[in-house]
Design a binder for this molecule. Sequence first.
Ligand SMILES: [Ca+2]
Ligand SMILES: [Ca+2]
Length: 336
Amino acid sequence: MHSREILLLVSLCCTIITADQHVENVAMGKKYSQSSNYSNQGRSSNAANGNTSGHYEANNCIHTLPAQQGTHWWQVDLGGTFPVYNITVWGRANYWNSLNSRLYPFTITVDGQTCVSVTSAAGTRENSVTCSSVMYGRVVRLNVTMPGQMLNLCELQILVCKEGFYGLDCSTSCDTSCDGGCNRITGHCTQNVAKGKTCRQISTYSNKGAASHAADGNTEGDFFKGSCSHTADNDPSSVYPWWEVDLGGTYPVHDITVWARDGRTGKIGTYFNNRLYPFTITVDNKTCISVTSAPSTRNNLVRCTSVMYGRVVRLTLDRTDQTLNLCEFQVFGKLL
Ligand SMILES: [Ca+2]
Ligand SMILES: [Ca+2]
């Protein structure tokens, strides 16, 4: 074969796949809001319209109202929980001599928790920042740090690995033995082995609170939609309420995600955490982990201190004066 043909063959067969091909911007096509709106030309969706151009006049940037007091902000509701880590922002171009004064300094939060505070302006219009750690959340907000300082933001991208890839640069493929894909940060298999399995609980409040609801594959947090478990409210005062799932076989148990009940429908950030925390999880009666304080999110990924092989995974509320509500209990592992 001619050397040129070989070169062509090589270039066709072995196109280098860059990490970029495994990354998606999960901020696109979601719900947006901002503290105020200068005009329709500065509407909130402009900061996630896929166009990073810095020209406000071309409907590519958002613009809050100059006279607005307090903190100016823009936010996106991702519509579900994502591992938020890599975020890129674009400021406005060609505006007087202060390209960055209407964006910097700023803080980005995920469900109200600080992801990153950027204190000084970048030298370029495009600036990639990272959260101090991976934050699992739904509402991402950019707050201008200086009160009363208006906000121009031309694009904000939240970059997350596509399904099937993981790592901070999304360059690694999930292990092929992970039938249900893998966690997009850690690479841990995300097959939920609790889903649809037999569940039990100490007592049941009503049909709407059946034990099986906490492993029905639905993380819905509104109790009245029938996807949460609920123990009876007349258990003896000395009882520690519990819920358990029988996996139907021996599995390696390590990562468990628990989902608390929503405090109020549609209102993010208020949960019935006192009906779930503090708790202890056991695997075949051996302690996996005790969690003493509630997080600020409805979902909580907890890990056994080491991989535990077992069949019955139980969550016990470590208090006697409360009912137990659990909207979903997810166990990640593979059948041996
Ligand atoms: Ca834009
Ligand atoms: Ca459920």
